[in-house]
Design a protein. Sequence first.
Length: 402
Amino acid sequence: MVVGIGGGGLQGLGLALELARRGVSVEVLEKEARCLQQASRQNEGKIHLGFVFANDTSFHTARLMIEGAYTFQQIVESWLERPAAWIVSRPFEYLVHRDSLVPPDELEARYRQIGAFIEMAAQTYGAGAYFGAEGHRPVRRLRFAELRSRFGPDVQAAFETGEIAIDPECLSRQLEQRVMEDPGIRLETGCRVVRACPERDAVAVEIEKDGVKEIRRYDHFVNCTWEDLVRLDRTAGVEPVADWSYRIKHFVRVRRAGQRGVPSVTIVLGGFGDVVNYGQDYFLSWYPVGRLGFTTDAVIPAWPRTLAGAEAKSVEAGIRGALTALVPALQTLPANGAVHSEVLGGIIYALGTKEVNDPQSGLHQRYAVGPRTFGRYHTIDTGKYTVAPLFARRLADALIAG
């Protein structure tokens, strides 16, 4: 059996490694010059435990994220065939903004319920399965004096959690090297998948490289392209399960700042932002400033991924200013220009067309995601970084089982 995979991000390479370790020949087609350079690298790397999805009161999203979080390390290290060199953030504190869609007391009740699901996962997989971190530790609401001494006046409440992020740049480097070493995987870069045509015993895939088109046939083909997910699915006669949208969110990556006193925080609940402290590097995002593109077209515009010049300075200043008003400790980070910083962007595909500051937005849910199969053609809406390894294993199981 030969499996073709469109897309060389975390989902595509993870599935390739999962299949290769089971003896399946795999060919990965990546349109960029290198793999793992787009959305899988350009994100905060949060390994979600469900707290940011507290507006999904069915808790389906939280439970899916928790399963993905508690299996992430084990699955990835099985791909690497060695312990990973994880760079793990400080645990997150959740700050409730005065404009939150859900008030503090209601969020606290929902966080307690999510905490119970996390405790069950810790019992199932082992407390150390979550990167050795205490993901299952009880959520603690900060006392009023703590809150006012550490955060700005627009923060109405704060909760300590055991949730962490991993540095996606570090993991991307390790996975890219591992794929290059694997004899069962053929990685072809600079290769765009134009369309996929399911047949009775194969999938015919048209590719374009260096201006030349050709047809290749695979026993199975998996669409892990993310940016081209909807467009490529439609060539195979597959539609999304619901209304959908693409966005690009820009963020600031501050390198080698070394200010350990800055907390990792997520501001909830709505279109706010994050601070991630990886130890030396930082990820800073503020949604109203960084969300510079939105479309419901299947072909996304040519959004720039890295900003430069005056535009980069303006976006960085806006993100830093908004976050510092909430997290004064950010004042200890050197100003723009004192250390190396970049304004980078990552594509987000999600079911839902209403913005995240709308309580009815589908962006508050991420459980109608994962692999879908149509004969020998398969497609994966990863949903969130957290569940990519889990979905890779699920689809590999199904393909091996026949």
